[in-house]
Design a binder for this molecule. Sequence first.
Ligand SMILES: C[S@@+](CC[C@H](N)C(=O)[O-])C[C@H]1O[C@@H](n2cnc3c(N)ncnc32)[C@H](O)[C@@H]1O
Length: 297
Amino acid sequence: MRNTFFPKEFIEKYSAFLGEEWEEFFKTIKTKQPKSFWVNTNKTTIKEAINSLKKNSIKFTPLHFHPQAFEIDSNVPGKLEEYRKGLISIQEKAAMMPVVVLNPSKEDYVLDACAAPGMKTIQLSNLSKKVFATELNSKRFEVLKKTIQRFELKNVEAKRIDFRNLKRNKRFDKILLDVVCSSEGLVRKKREALVGWSQNLVKRKSSDQKHMIVRAFDYLKEGGVMVYSTCSFAIEENEEVVNYLLSQRKNAIVEKVNLEGIKIRENKYCPNCVRLYPQDNNTQQFFLAKIRKEKTK
Ligand SMILES: C[S@@+](CC[C@H](N)C(=O)[O-])C[C@H]1O[C@@H](n2cnc3c(N)ncnc32)[C@H](O)[C@@H]1O
């Protein structure tokens, strides 16, 4: 068990929200999470990456929700030769799922609206025709540029801007909106993740996220799909934000999600919105919603 920091208010809030699930949830988030990787098919094939890892006696197992996703038996996957060469990226498995659910194809022009450090940009680049990646923060933008270079994401155009300032007539087939959140879901990775946490922070993030989700939706083509995701547990940052979009845009619909081999939770606050609980699939917490823009008749 790890010595993780938890604010009293956090424990009160989520023990009430989770009820009898709380104990298992709390126990799980105090344990170390398993490591996983994504095969970067811009630089290698799944077969070549597997053979290279096997040759180096690395143990790994496929994750059934996507052929490029694997769990790895290593405490320091960042030291692997395959990682140094950019053949694989190290990414927590729940964090892979927003792109898997977005499911871009080689015909799709995709907006990665909140892109840095670019872990999901790698996935998007592998699967789509072209990616437009936007990042507001200048330091984080530099990290994104390095990711693009190292993993050879040649179909990615990156801009350091607030995506809400994109030209009004820009339209995308698919959009990933992986917003900044109160980072509650990072507690399994970082024991001090909740040091700056407060209910005020959650409310501030929620208000920003509501503005962002509507703006992002307006950049979607008719018939297009957007995935909204966070690693927060908070209803305020998740279901409430999606419901806000539904109240503002009548042509937004939340579609049902299926992830092979993954137990997902839905709740009464937002039908078809997905919560990934750490205890169900041994992941970090994640929330996602698959939103389609209906065609006007
Ligand atoms: C949760 S992180 C994204 C993680 C990233 N998708 C990945 O998987 O590597 C959110 C990012 O959005 C950026 N951001 C916040 N507001 C933004 C905005 N209005 N436009 C563009 N980027 C923004 C933040 O600086 C931060 O780097």
